[in-house]
Design a binder for this molecule. Structure first.
Ligand code: AMP
Ligand code: ZN
Length: 140
């Protein structure tokens, strides 16, 4: 995708602080870090969301994450990390090329868990929860 900044980073047309590369995955430091060491892990193929990502490329991204999370944490002496995808515009995804954020976390950094993003729908009826679970389980 010619006009995708992450494809241009992979191609070397836009500079990045690259920290990892294999056949299907690529990782580099976020230019606007939420914490020291904030790293983005992306598939080399251009796919907008996780929903569009072929399984083998998804596996490659997860494998890269598995390798990189401890390395990123060690590099900045972090106590943990938040690892997340903004999946789709509604979730705040700004760059339409799948990317996982590895954001190092530090004891007492004052930033909440992912749960802090949501107020939640309030109490849900058992029947509604059963229906949703059944719908998810029944589709492939
Ligand atoms: P998202 O909101 O999940 O789409 O996140 C996109 C991320 O890409 C943001 O955290 C940006 O700071 C980051 N970003 C945008 N352009 C670049 C770039 N040229 N190099 C590194 N990170 C970038
Ligand atoms: Zn792209």
């Amino acid at each position: 995708m010619d006009d995708c900044i992450f494809c241009q980073i992979i191609a070397g047309d836009i500079p990045s602080r690259t920290v990892y590369e294999d056949e299907h995955a690529f990782a580099f430091l976020d230019v606007n870090p939420l914490a020291p060491g904030h790293t983005l892990v992306i598939p080399k193929g251009h796919h907008e969301t996780l929903n569009d990502l072929p399984a083998d490329e998804g596996s490659a991204v997860f494998s890269a994450l598995h390798d990189l999370v401890p390395r990123v944490e060690a590099a900045v002496d972090a106590d943990g990390s938040t690892v997340a995808f903004n999946n789709g515009e509604a979730a705040g995804q700004e760059v339409p090329h799948v990317h996982a954020h590895i954001v190092p976390r530090f004891d007492g950094d004052g930033n909440g868990p992912i749960h802090a993003l949501f107020d939640g729908p309030g109490e849900m009826a058992d029947e509604e929860l059963d229906r949703i679970a059944d719908d998810i389980a029944a589709t492939e």
